[in-house]
Each structure stands twice: as structure tokens, then as C-alpha cells.
Design a protein around this ligand. Sequence first.
Ligand SMILES: C[S@@+](CC[C@H](N)C(=O)[O-])C[C@H]1O[C@@H](n2cnc3c(N)ncnc32)[C@H](O)[C@@H]1O
Length: 402
Amino acid sequence: MKDRLDISSAVEGLYDAFPFPPDPLIDEAPPGYNWRWSWPVAYSFCTGQKPKKQDIRILDAGCGTGSSTDYLVHLNPQSSVVGIDLSGSALRLAKERCIRSGASRVEFHHLSIYDIEKLEGEFDFINCVGVLHHLPDPIQGIQNLALKLAPGGIMHIFVYAELGRWEIRLMQQAIAILQGNKRGNYQDGVKIGRQLFASLPENNRLVKYEQERWSFENQRDECFADMYVHPQEIDYNIDTLFELIEASGLEFLGFSNWEYWDIKRLLGKSPELIEKAIDLNYKKHYRLIEVLDPQISHYEFFLGRPPLHKVDWSHDQFLRTAIPELSPCIQGWPSENIFDGSYRLVNLSRQEYEFLEACDQASGKSQLTVEEILTNISVGLETVRLLQSRLLILLTPSSDYS
Ligand SMILES: C[S@@+](CC[C@H](N)C(=O)[O-])C[C@H]1O[C@@H](n2cnc3c(N)ncnc32)[C@H](O)[C@@H]1O
């Protein structure tokens, strides 16, 4: 018990000294879009369909300085949002950020995930990014969060992966060795870390990795400290990740960076090997991908509490009777070159553009089904499925099917 308290207070000390993330405070809604923070889009990713209700409760567990909380408020206009964190300094910035951006449907509590039972009620959507791996007991943490997830609710989690953090862990050790009994003095740790990077040869593996992947954001001391002088970090591999997930008692709904987990990305040249990989059970399949592409430095995924009704759009008649609408996370519309919910450029085909345009024109008026839209434009159902799977449209099943 003492250990756990010691670790939590060391973690609190780090984020009080270096509140994270160090994003600037601005006097307007945050820029861009991340679909993982949009309830209708995230729910659609997890279940295939738009959620029935929008007036939901959201929890940002370990909200830090409130960047994600700010997005959660702005991207979900009918929701009420609660942010909790261990660090008082981070929370002060989170509050100021939300006041300045006009995010009003939010409250913050200085509270540990370990004491989450003090929060009233349950939440439909929980965001817990970059937090569980800093807890002394992440299993206890995820179980506490699971208790707060409402039936039919979803939770987005982000934890570190060991393969792509190998060099980071070595640098952490080097700093700790040089700090000796000054460990826990985070300013000193940052100073020694920066001296180390400046002193090592240019072609040193730790230096090269830092420069290739992290040095841009690590110009900020808050990011450098979060990466290299953290008092508590647990990294996962596929086996230990699924131990954590299974301990939550929730259902695994998929990795939110799904492109990484597509075996065709790696073995596209060999249909025979792809077939072998597809025959593997899901843990072996994912393990194969991470060992073949060991640059992975985190896992991001959704869990859900049943009942969650998942919709399969492969049946043509079912799809024809669905009501489509433009995803709220498209940026740059109307244009054939738009940004998707991960802020990636998408070049739409003529057919895709026409379908989206028809959805856009129908929205606000009487809701048209896929079939009604397709009477005026020559677009195939495969195109509709593709737009749905890329989260560019949301689909609501016809009430005849519910
Ligand atoms: C790396 S930051 C992530 C902040 C934010 N979620 C984000 O992604 O930008 C980790 C945050 O988790 C908080 N934290 C760590 N342990 C916690 C706990 N037991 N309960 C609540 N918050 C915790 C820290 O204070 C810190 O602000």
C-alpha cells in the first residue's frame, strides 16, 4: 500500500513540475479533429452504427492539462464532461483552457482513478489516454474505470508498447544511473538527459532514434520529462496487453489505429503468408504483426460494456434501407480533397464525392435512405460500405430492422 502511495505521489510530483500536454491555451475551439473524441464517430467505429442518443456523460480520466477534455466538450455538443487528474497544476491549466475556449459543459475534480467511486453515476464514453501505464497497478485502474462505464458504453485507452520504446527505456536508465540519489528531481533529470543527447556521438542508436521520432515534440521540457524522467512506466506487449484487457471484464472492440494492424500492409506480396496469418487466433495474429514491425510504441483501442449491438452492413437490403449522413469529422467539405477524422488527406473518387454530396443535401430535410439516394446517382453499395468503414459517413439502420 505504501509503495502505491509513494508511486502515485512521485507521479503527481512529475506532472506538477511538468504539466502535460504543454499545448498552448487559445481563445477559441481547438483546431482540427480527432474522431476518437467524437462520440458518434467513435461509437460508429465500434458498432457500425450511429448511436441513438447524443446527450451523454463523458469522463476524461487522467485529463492532464485538458487538451483532450476541451476537444471532448466541443466535439460532443450535447454531452456533459468530467475531467479528473492527480496533478493540481495540470488541472489548473485544464480549467483555464476550457474557460478560454468556451467549453462550458465540463467540470474537473482533483481525484485519482483509484478513488473513482467518489464520482457520481456512470459514463457512456470514457477516454483514458496515456495514463494507465503510469499507475502502480494498471489492472486495478482499468477495473475501476470499467465500474464507471454504463451498459452500452465505450472506453478509449492508450498505453505504451515495449517494442518501440526500447531506446527510450535505455535512456531512462542512463539518466537514472547518472542522477543517483537525485532521482525524483525532475528538473535535474531533464538537464542530465539533454546533456547526454548533446554528448553522445551522432550515430549513436539512442540519439538517432530520438532524432527520427521524438525530438520535435521533445523540444518542450514537459514532453522530454514525460518521456525520459518518469518515475513510473509499465510497457506492454500483445500478451500482457490482453491480460490487462481481460482483467477489465469489458469487450475488446478493436484498435483505433487499425491501419497498423492490417497484415496486408506487411505481407501484401505473399497471399500464401497472409492466409496463414489470417488463420491464426487473434492474439497470435497481432503478435505476428508487432514482431514484424517493432516500431510500435503504443496501443490504442476501444473497449465496451455489453449490450452493444453491432451492425453488419454486408447484407444488401439492410444497407439499402439505412439512413446515411456525413460524418461530423470531415474537414474541408465540400471538396473532392478532404481531411478525414484523423486529419489525413483523402482524395475522393467522383462516385464517393457524389454520394457524400447527396447525403449532405438530404441532411436537415426528410432523412433519405441509401436506396433513395441511389435512385438519382449511379453509385454501388460497395462505395457506400467503403465510405462507412472509413468513417466518412455514419449509418442508422432502418427502424424496421431494430
Ligand atoms: C501523459 S499525461 C496524459 C494527459 C492526457 N490524458 C493526454 O493524453 O493529453 C498523464 C496524466 O495522468 C495523470 N495521472 C496519473 N496517474 C493518475 C491517477 N492515478 N489518477 C488520475 N490521474 C492520473 C497525470 O497526473 C497526468 O496528468
